[in-house]
Design a protein around this ligand. Structure first.
Ligand code: KIV
Length: 288
């Protein structure tokens, strides 16, 4: 919060805070983490305040996900999220980060052609301050991954349940259940690693499939609903704090029961304003 009696210097409020004492995470450092067997801790963030908290907590990778369509914009799918939306939130998040690697999600159809992919991914780095972009799917995205990497744009791939494909998949369900789907997912993971991806998000796949993929590709896997054998884990920060509305998928764990803490804080504020106990003398300026 910007206090009215203390103006920030310059434009970047967080630049004046003490630095987080950790080496910055980079694309090559992700590979090293896999080699060292060190778990990669990842979360989403959409604003500078949360980004700072995540960085201080030791999160390695922060994703500005198109899940912002759900938790920030209140949409039922991620499909309407735009490149401008992601760039805007990346700029905010980048100001709160010191050590964590910032990854920008490429929204629906933003990488549908090589030209669009280069322009839009370029914006994520140049305007958003991201150090990597995330692309859902394989197929055409294998060549797009290779193109971006050749232009010095690191890529995190994303397989399994890819929410931008919800209409083709027929809903948000576990992927890779039968032999053919398992073999395809493993082949896609290998192709994306060969194309130069730096990491692979595996969403909603059986744990044994995620373990098999993890053991058979050289790049780190980051699971969400993919079991404990991935090289890292990611969740939506609103889910970890228990503040996202609606039914939670099985893979979500509420680490704070935040809804109750936040609801309690809001109820206390409402009650204090109504009964006149806030603001008290400690929170008011003495007559001048
Ligand atoms: O959009 C998002 O937040 C994601 C992660 C949950 C992997 O894609």
């Amino acid at each position: 919060m910007v206090h009215c009696d203390k103006a920030p210097e310059g434009h970047d409020l967080y630049a004046n805070l003490p630095a987080v004492d950790r080496k910055p995470m980079t694309a090559p450092a992700l590979l090293q983490a896999k080699a060292d067997g060190r778990k990669i801790v990842s979360l989403t963030a959409y604003d500078a305040s949360f980004a700072r908290l995540l960085d201080e907590a030791g999160v390695d990778l922060v994703l500005v996900g198109d899940s912002l369509g759900n938790v920030i914009q209140g949409l039922a799918t991620t499909i309407p999220v735009s490149v401008d939306d992601i760039v805007y939130h990346c700029r905010a998040v980048s100001r709160g980060l010191h050590s964590a690697l910032l990854v920008a999600d490429m929204p629906f159809l933003s990488a549908a052609t090589p030209e669009r992919a280069l322009t839009n991914a370029g914006r994520m780095l140049a305007e958003g301050g991201a150090a990597m972009v995330k692309l859902e799917g394989a197929g055409e995205m294998v060549e797009i991954t290779s193109l971006l990497v050749r232009h010095d744009i690191p890529v995190c791939a994303h397989l399994g349940l890819t929410p931008q494909s919800v209409h083709r998949l027929g809903g948000y369900r576990v992927q890779g259940r039968d032999q053919q789907a398992r073999a395809q997912l493993l082949a896609d993971a290998r192709a994306l690693a060969e194309a130069g991806a730096s990491a692979l998000v595996l969403e909603c796949v059986p744990s044994d499939l995620a373990a098999e993929v993890t053991a058979n590709i050289p790049i780190p896997t980051i699971g969400i609903g993919a079991g404990v054998d991935c090289d890292g884990q990611i969740l939506v920060v609103h889910d970890v704090l228990g503040i996202s509305p609606g039914r939670r998928p099985r893979f979500v764990k509420d680490f704070s029961e935040g809804q109750y803490a936040i609801r309690q804080a809001l109820a206390a504020y409402v009650a204090a304003v109504r009964d006149g106990s806030f603001p008290d003398a400690d929170h008011s300026y003495a007559p001048g």
